[in-house]
Design a protein around this ligand. Structure first.
Ligand SMILES: [Fe+2]
Ligand SMILES: [Fe+2]
Length: 177
């Protein structure tokens, strides 16, 4: 059991990094099924991953980026603009996959686009955003936000109550700065 699961460590940046690792692992496991012809197994691997991608993006928009905007470096607005744009791209890619039969060639192409967009986005967050956030926050704040992160996930398990609608990055920055 990870430390944060028994309440000893709930730094939001660690929780975000853990979930990024979870995405990468789940995509690798999904790719193992590429030639299986087992549509049920493919759907069972994909749906929780798609749900978690939606919950993760929305949790960052609700809990993490508003704090980055207020406390981060002068790059924070640009980082947030890029991130919300990337989240929209991911949401679009998930919707695109829904239009095809699970496990079909066009479905795999759509899911590959989602995976590529996600890989690129995670790298940017880990290289630019998380370090900026950690530099401009202390452990107590990150722990408080970590508690909210865990509660948000519990409330929105399987993406319950998450609209999946795109967010206008400019409006978002105006409202949260
Ligand atoms: Fe993230
Ligand atoms: Fe993100």
């Amino acid at each position: 059991m990870a430390d944060h699961e028994n309440g000893t460590e709930i730094d939001i940046t660690d929780l975000i990094l853990d979930e990024h690792g979870d995405f990468r692992r789940r995509f690798v496991q999904l790719w193992d099924l590429r030639h299986s012809g087992d549509t049920g197994a493919v759907a069972a691997a994909w749906q929780p991953l798609a749900d978690l991608l939606e919950v993760h993006a929305r949790a960052e928009e609700e809990i993490f980026y508003p704090v980055l905007l207020k406390r981060g470096s002068e790059e924070a607005a640009e980082e947030t603009n890029d991130a919300v744009g990337d989240h929209n791209e991911l949401r679009d890619a998930i919707r695109a996959a829904c239009r095809f039969e699970t496990g079909s060639d066009p479905w795999w192409r759509a899911v590959l686009e989602c995976r590529k967009a996600n890989d690129e986005h995670l790298a940017e967050e880990e290289r630019d955003v998380i370090p900026d956030f950690r530099e401009h926050s202390d452990q107590a704040l990150r722990s408080r936000l970590g508690t909210r992160w865990v509660a948000f996930h519990a409330e929105h398990r399987a993406a319950r109550g998450i609209s999946g609608e795109d967010i206008d990055p400019g409006e978002y920055i105006d409202q949260n700065s």
